[in-house]
Design a binder for this molecule. Structure first.
Ligand SMILES: Cc1cc2nc3c(=O)[nH]c(=O)nc-3n(C[C@H](O)[C@H](O)[C@H](O)COP(=O)(O)OP(=O)(O)OC[C@H]3O[C@@H](n4cnc5c(N)ncnc54)[C@H](O)[C@@H]3O)c2cc1C
Length: 507
């Protein structure tokens, strides 16, 4: 019986400097998800030695993991909240292999859990019971790059950072960027419709993904892998697979549009008095920086202070109630730098910015992005963190942080908020010494009810996964849920694809 697990994940910051961080806050394993959340196993087949023999005949000995210690990392999620009980991990290398495996699993009614980089934050990437993990880590080939149109075609298991490095050498960038880019896969990004730091400028993946190849539960390969910008030939089926978290099909290849690598990148980091001024600053940035604005992020004092302390990272300016990070992507260094510096000077005069720094030096930009991108991991150090990822109309964007502070009192070590203001998306983290049902029940469904009252979304970018199906109705109407159920029935009648995720049991 394995009692502990030490595993490390390499996270990469925006400027390609690796941050090796402890993946799990302590050595203890999380409780089994099925027990923690009182879930009952559905009526799926159970994997037998004859099944393992079959998988080995398709994939070979090495690409079928069954040793408990080999399988364990695939059973535990990044945040160390969920733990499944899978007995087998399969590592296909081609679409044909994925198709063969799924056809077999469907006939045997064996449930599967697709897994990319396992950086998902809602428990969708790990099994709940004994679902077979299908890992995409060996499907990592770049197939084609058209550097004129910017269309990149690659396999689902390509790590986002590797793709970014590859296209950068050819004068392009990936249209998305996130703190987990050193580990997450493009197939995982597509399946979660990941947002991240560049969404304000380059839009979401429903726009930049040009085509998808996916495998249905019965093994049928759906080829929507076009790399055209315009293709109005019937239903836009690729969208079914973008953001459906592995419940409608397994994404095997992606075609994605890569924008041109900006010739000039500038970054400003500002101290701000209150949240009202953060919003005023956002309005001003949109109007004064216009076409070059690529990110507008905010973090409150506790987010930055907690991260700087826990991960021993430098904060380039002193302490302020709120921090704002403004990035520009443009084509003319002098013009862009002057524009951002003028913005800083003007807004210091207006009082919206109390202090700040503007830089285009890669090392300095890297220090600032490091601090921002590490907030997600900082909460894991020395305790447990309840994470919420919600969209809220901007005027109420920060309301929930003081509400939760009041509600939880000294039951929480910290409650802090940070996120993508430009997208109306705030991440709320509640840190506690350890997970308790008491704090959990003070937070849920309360937080989702509040989000719903504010006309927000209970999941802005992380998805529904395992953690939120029973709360999905706070953001999705019954008619929409009914259609989701019909689609699931059509695409996966035996329900073998990522069960217990996304769809609530009773619709
Ligand atoms: C430090 C940190 C920062 C993050 N920042 C952001 C952020 O800014 N924005 C954001 O949106 N997310 C963010 N995330 C969450 C996470 O990184 C994203 O959801 C990411 O897209 C997940 O990719 P992955 O390859 O790790 O997928 P996994 O975690 O392995 O899987 C995620 C979901 O997709 C399914 N899946 C994976 N691969 C496939 C496939 N090929 N076919 C079908 N289904 C599949 C899984 O079953 C699961 O339901 C962050 C996470 C961390 C740890």
């Amino acid at each position: 019986m394995i009692k502990s697990l030490a595993s490390f994940v390499k996270l990469v910051n925006k400027n390609n400097v690796f941050l090796e961080q402890v993946r799990y806050a302590s050595q203890a394993l999380p409780q089994l998800s099925s027990e923690k959340y009182n879930i009952h196993r559905k009526d799926f087949g159970r994997i037998e030695s004859s099944d393992v023999d079959y998988f080995r005949s398709v994939l070979g000995q090495d690409r079928v993991l069954t040793e408990e210690s080999d399988v364990l990392p695939y059973n535990v999620d990044w945040i160390k909240n969920c733990r499944g009980q899978s007995k087998a991990v399969l590592k296909p290398k081609s679409t044909e292999e994925v198709s063969t495996i799924l056809k077999y699993c469907n006939e045997r009614k064996l449930a599967v859990c697709p897994q990319g980089g396992n950086t998902g934050l809602v428990g969708g990437s790990v099994p709940v019971f004994d679902e077979i993990v299908i890992s995409f880590s060996l499907m990592n080939k770049i197939i084609d790059l058209d550097d004129l149109s910017g269309a990149l075609v690659c396999e689902a298991g390509c790590v986002l950072e590797n793709l970014d490095n590859y296209v950068r050498e050819r004068g392009l960038i990936m249209p998305l960027d996130l703190g987990a880019k050193g580990t997450c896969h493009i197939g995982g990004n597509a399946s979660t419709n990941a947002g991240g730091l560049r969404l304000l400028r380059y839009g979401n993946l429903h726009g930049s993904i040009l085509g998808v190849e996916a495998v249905k539960a019965d093994g049928t390969v759906i080829d929507c892998l076009r790399s055209l910008k315009k293709d109005n030939t019937g239903y836009h089926l690729k969208h079914l697979f973008i953001g459906s978290e592995g419940t409608l099909g397994l994404v095997t290849k992606v075609a994605i549009h890569c924008p041109v690598l900006p010739k000039s990148v500038n970054l400003g980091f500002f101290g701000v008095k209150n949240f009202e001024n953060v919003l005023k600053l956002y309005k001003s940035a949109k109007s004064k920086l216009g076409e070059i604005l690529s990110a507008f992020e905010m973090a409150d004092f506790d987010s930055i202070n907690f991260t700087a302390k826990n991960l021993k990272l430098p904060n380039p300016i002193s302490d302020y109630p709120f921090y704002v990070l403004v990035e520009t992507h443009g084509s003319e260094e002098t013009h862009d730098g002057e524009k951002l510096t003028r913005f800083l000077t003007n807004e210091m005069e207006s009082g919206l910015i109390l202090d700040g720094t503007v830089t285009s030096e890669p090392a300095k930009m890297q220090t600032i992005w490091n601090l921002r991108e590490s907030i997600a991991a900082a909460g894991l150090v020395g305790g447990y963190v309840f994470k919420y990822d919600v969209s809220i109309p901007l005027k109420n964007y920060y309301d929930l942080v003081p509400i939760l502070k009041k509600r939880l009192g000294d039951k929480a070590t910290k409650v802090f908020g940070y996120g993508h203001v430009g997208d109306g998306n705030i991440h709320i983290n509640v840190t506690v010494p350890q997970y308790t049902k008491e704090v959990s029940s003070m937070l849920e469904p309360f937080i989702f009810e509040e989000v719903s009252k504010l006309n927000g979304s209970i999941s802005a970018e992380h998805g529904i996964g395992f953690r939120k199906p029973k709360y999905i109705h706070y953001s999705k109407d019954q008619s929409a849920l009914g259609l989701m159920k019909d689609l699931k029935q059509l695409m996966d009648p035996n329900g073998i694809l990522n069960p217990y995720k996304v769809l609530p049991d009773h619709i």
